[in-house]
Design a protein. Structure first.
Length: 379
């Protein structure tokens, strides 16, 4: 019989929580033949990344995953063999009691947020005993180094990226009504938070040495770009605004696999949050991370932890350029000076991207690490 998994996802905001859980559910079904139910508390948000979602259905099947609407009044169901609460969301109390009542208690995992901080290795897979019930919850930490749970990586992703050649790129641009790349032009995808210093970034590109063609998906910084160009109403999809060396093209919010292709097709990717940040690393193109802003600037610690790890194998010039632009994008410095220094390192950064993928790869991907853990004897 197939092992059954339940993944619970409470959407805090935006698309990252559900974006990650959806990918994970698909990998578990497609690559491990598992039976997966994905519980999501906000289908409308989910529908942005998976447009085939039926917003009115309590339960529905999509790509082999059973998607269940997670309502406040949680109905009685039999818990699965492996239960994942994503990003410390709280399981329904009925469900926890039902897990304890089973003759064999499920493997219960709290799948945590991604961080490059050192303490993660010490906490990965730590057990926590339930105060009253005969249940153990394990903390599973994604990460970038051995001793962590790794990163989500579908088996087909890197081969698909390798075969995404010039002809495939051209077809991709055509499909989305986007002008193919011109010789000597720099193509950039821009997916950032509204708090990012978009004005400074665009100003730096207006006076760039080479033409810069920026693609802005809906749901990103459309308002800030509109203000920059001083146009009255937010531009429609397909519209292009231009100033100096800069052209900005507004594109739709793409389906997840098409977003991957966008990352592969661009020369530089500005990404944010957690999931697009990881996808940009697999894309192996120079990228800049707009970290999810947290209270009391605690995200700065996370940002620096990743920067230290990511730049460790870089030359001093390359590392300085990355630190300076990444800090600038996250509110800690001047973009105007940081951009030209970063642009000067693009070739080296493109090569480094492949090296970085080779460094991440041996850690094992997150889904296989999860599956292995679910099959192991535990305390
Ligand atoms: O959308 P995000 O900001 O999401 C999250 C959430 O805010 C979450 O609460 C927070 O904890 C986390 O950030 C750190 O950024 P993220 O994580 O990159 O998720 C975006 C998802 O949307 C990702 O799965 C890629 C996908 N996407 C598309 O499918 N098409 C697109 O066109 C774009 C721009 C993104």
């Amino acid at each position: 019989m197939k092992q059954r998994w339940d993944i619970f996802c409470a959407i805090v905001d935006n698309f990252g929580d559900v974006g990650f859980c959806w990918r994970l559910a698909c990998v578990l079904v497609n690559e491990y033949g598992l039976e997966v139910r994905l519980w999501v508390d906000d289908l409308s948000n989910f529908a942005c990344i998976a447009p085939d979602i039926d917003l009115d259905a309590e339960q529905q099947w999509l790509q082999g995953v059973k998607i269940c609407c997670w309502r406040q009044s949680f109905t009685k169901i039999k818990p699965a063999d492996v239960v994942i609460e994503a990003f410390a969301c709280e399981l329904p109390s009925f469900y926890i009691v039902a897990m304890a009542a089973l003759p064999r208690q499920p493997i219960w995992l709290n799948l945590e947020y991604l961080s490059a901080e050192n303490w993660v290795i010490g906490c990965h897979l730590l057990p926590s005993l339930h105060p009253r019930l005969p249940l153990i919850k394990y903390f599973f930490f994604p990460g970038f180094v051995p001793g962590t749970g790794g990163l989500l990586l579908e088996k087909h992703l890197l081969p698909a990226r390798s075969s995404f050649n010039n002809a495939a790129q051209t077809a991709f641009w055509r499909l989305h009504g986007i002008q193919p790349c011109r010789m000597g032009e720099l193509r950039i995808s821009l997916f950032c938070y509204d708090s990012a210093p978009v004005h400074e970034l665009l100003s730096a590109w207006v006076v760039s040495d080479i033409p810069v063609y920026v693609l802005v998906p809906q749901g990103s910084v459309v308002d800030a770009v509109t203000v920059f160009f001083g146009v009255d109403s937010p531009p429609k999809v397909g519209e292009i605004l231009q100033s100096g060396k800069l052209k900005v093209c507004f594109i739709p919010f793409l389906e997840q696999n098409e977003y991957d292709q966008l990352l592969w097709a661009c020369d530089v990717n500005f990404v944010r949050g957690e999931d697009s940040f990881v996808r940009a690393q697999w894309a192996a193109r120079p990228f800049v991370w707009n970290i999810y802003p947290q209270a009391e600037e605690s995200h700065q610690i996370k940002l620096n932890a990743f920067l230290n790890l990511y730049t460790a194998g870089m030359s001093p010039d390359m590392s300085a350029a990355v630190f300076s632009l990444w800090n600038g994008l996250n509110g800690g410095g001047q973009i105007m000076n940081a951009w030209p220094a970063f642009a000067a390192q693009l070739e080296a950064l493109t090569q480094y991207g492949e090296k970085w993928v080779r460094q991440l790869w041996p850690i094992g991907d997150l889904a296989s690490n999860l599956v292995q853990f679910s099959r192991k004897d535990r305390i």
